[in-house]
Design a protein around this ligand. Structure first.
Ligand code: IMP
Ligand code: MG
Length: 215
């Protein structure tokens, strides 16, 4: 079982005015729940765990856009540092796919996969899927069944966050940064209808903001 940092349901978080938050979002957020520095520290350790398990063979890191882009960039930077400072190293190549399953703060039943290179390029490779958050698990299960048709050598999934929710299908990623309460989170590339990707910390969105940015 993957170990992770657990953020408790009664976690009070941190007052917004202790951190730098863009003025345009000040009234939209309740609390800072995971400060950017803590995200980075946990990501550094995930990079080490991943390289220990997967580092024997060419790794293709597959970024699930858009929400995964910050975590992907920072995780790969840490993996690069490990690769360039040890006697053993493996080539790392990247690919990007886009998945859309959300409208407002609700997961919809359809999971759409768009873009990326030919998935057949993944045949025989060690594939690392990099995702921002797993909620029901449907997005990842859909993606995994698509990938398995391409006969990769190994597929591992790292998700920065996993939500504790009764809506979960039971799916758990191989590597998890944090387990978080069942609230709608934004920041560090997680969005609400495309807003809040330009916020460094992971925060809880307030109800007023859900109305304000509703589509
Ligand atoms: P799942 O298919 O229900 O596991 O949902 C996964 C996708 O829904 C994630 O990749 C996110 O894009 C989105 N998502 C789920 N929960 C949140 C959240 O709290 N904030 C922002 N996006 C979320
Ligand atoms: Mg995502």
């Amino acid at each position: 079982m993957a170990s992770y940092l657990q953020i408790a349901d009664d976690e009070k978080g941190h007052e917004l005015d202790l951190f730098c938050v863009p003025r345009h979002y000040e009234n939209d957020l309740d609390k800072v729940i995971i400060p950017h520095g803590l995200i980075m520290d946990r990501t550094e350790r995930l990079a080490r765990d991943i390289i220990q398990d997967m580092g024997g063979h060419h790794i293709v890191a597959l970024c699930v856009l858009k929400g995964g882009y910050k975590f992907f960039a920072d995780l790969l930077d840490y993996i690069k540092v490990l690769n360039q400072n040890s006697d053993k190293s493996v080539p790392l190549t990247v690919d990007f796919i886009r998945v859309k399953s959300y409208c407002n703060d609700k997961s919809t039943n359809s999971v759409k996969v768009i873009g990326g290179d030919e998935l057949s390029n993944l045949s025989g490779k060690n594939v690392l899927i990099v995702e921002d958050i797993v909620e029901t698990g449907r997005t990842m299960q859909t993606l995994l069944s698509l990938l398995s048709e391409c006969n990769p050598k190994m597929v591992k999934v790292v998700s920065l966050l996993v939500k504790r929710t009764p809506r979960s299908s039971g799916y758990r990623p191989d590597y998890i940064g944090f387990e978080v309460p069942d609230a709608f989170l934004v920041g560090y590339a997680l969005d609400y209808n495309e807003y809040f990707r330009d916020l460094s910390h992971i925060c809880i969105l307030n109800d007023q903001a859900k109305e304000k940015y509703k589509v």
